[in-house]
Design a protein around this ligand. Structure first.
Ligand SMILES: Nc1ncnc2c1ncn2[C@@H]1O[C@H](COP(=O)(O)OP(=O)(O)OP(=O)(O)O)[C@@H](O)[C@H]1O
Length: 270
């Protein structure tokens, strides 16, 4: 579903990604694990062209990903994104937030007027049902808890009816119990709908629990690819140089501090 060959991304004089080769199979739930600054977000942003690769080739469903308007339009339909800070519109109702996932499929004049065809409203409600929030559809989104907001983020991504969901640290701002609930919704939807998911995580425990396959990134390179049962101490030291034994058994020391809310939405500087 995703084929990446020789992907490099340079910011000024800094190489954020160095020769990434990666294949993601259709329907796979892939976890990208790595320390802060490893290049995980940059990898996702290159896949969906929020960042322009310096060099290399990315194909989605066999089609090369390019930056011309037609390719970007196709890409935006095929690939949905889930963000650490939910990126919901607080004043809008839960249902309207989910309906924004339908914007690519609705004539722009209707979306300008915030009028959505009945078919799209039905899709939004079905997606809310998948994350068990259909009873909150009419509420303002800023009345929800963090975990519920992220479930709205998942429903919005599902409403797009994408082939691929890229989730950039979707549970970094949530407590452990809520994190597991949110990741369960995401994994279940991926399994039932056959959506390919690439999910960036900081937490080793969640990577083991939810990843069907894990890619370890460190210093802009892939340093591990394998199953969750292969995440042993040696592998963890490769991914997290300097990690001590206690850290490798616990998820919490590897939690990142929250990043600025809009960082992942901002297009990189030209
Ligand atoms: N727009 C940018 N301009 C300059 N440098 C950048 C930019 N975006 C990312 N970087 C740098 O590229 C490196 C990789 O960043 P990236 O956000 O991809 O890492 P990450 O693994 O996702 O980290 P985190 O888990 O903290 O989000 C970091 O050193 C970061 O400072």
């Amino acid at each position: 579903m995703i084929e990446i060959r020789g992907l490099n991304k340079r910011y000024g004089a800094f190489d954020a990604l160095k020769g990434i080769d990666l294949d993601v199979k259709p329907g796979e739930f892939l976890v990208v694990l790595g320390p802060s600054g490893a290049g995980k977000s940059t990898l996702l942003r290159c896949i969906n062209r929020l960042a322009e690769p310096t060099s290399g080739d990315i194909r989605i469903d066999g089609q090369p990903v390019r930056s011309d308007a037609a390719s970007l339009r196709r890409l935006r339909c095929q690939v949905a994104m889930i963000f650490q800070h939910y990126n919901v519109v607080p004043r809008l109702s839960v249902q309207k937030n989910v309906l924004t996932g339908r914007l690519g499929a609705v004539p722009s004049v209707l979306s300008w007027l915030q009028i959505f065809p009945r078919k799209d409203v039905a899709i939004a409600l079905e997606c809310l049902r998948r994350v068990e929030l259909e009873d909150k559809a009419e509420l303002r989104t800023d009345t929800l808890s963090g975990g519920q907001k992220q479930r709205v983020g998942i429903a919005r991504a599902l409403a797009q009816q994408p082939k691929i969901i890229l989730a950039d640290e979707p549970v970094a701002s949530l407590d452990p119990k809520t994190s597991r609930t949110v990741l369960n919704y995401l994994k279940q939807a991926s399994r039932e709908l056959g959506i390919t998911v690439v999910c960036n995580l900081h937490q080793i425990d969640y990577a083991r629990e939810f990843g069907e396959r894990i890619v370890g990134v460190s210093g802009g390179r892939i340093v591990f690819e394998g199953g969750p049962d292969q995440l042993n101490g040696d592998v963890l030291h490769k991914i997290y140089p300097g990690l001590d034994e206690g850290d490798s058994r616990s998820a919490s020391p590897l939690r990142s501090p929250p990043a600025p809310a809009l960082r992942h939405l901002e297009l990189e500087e030209a």
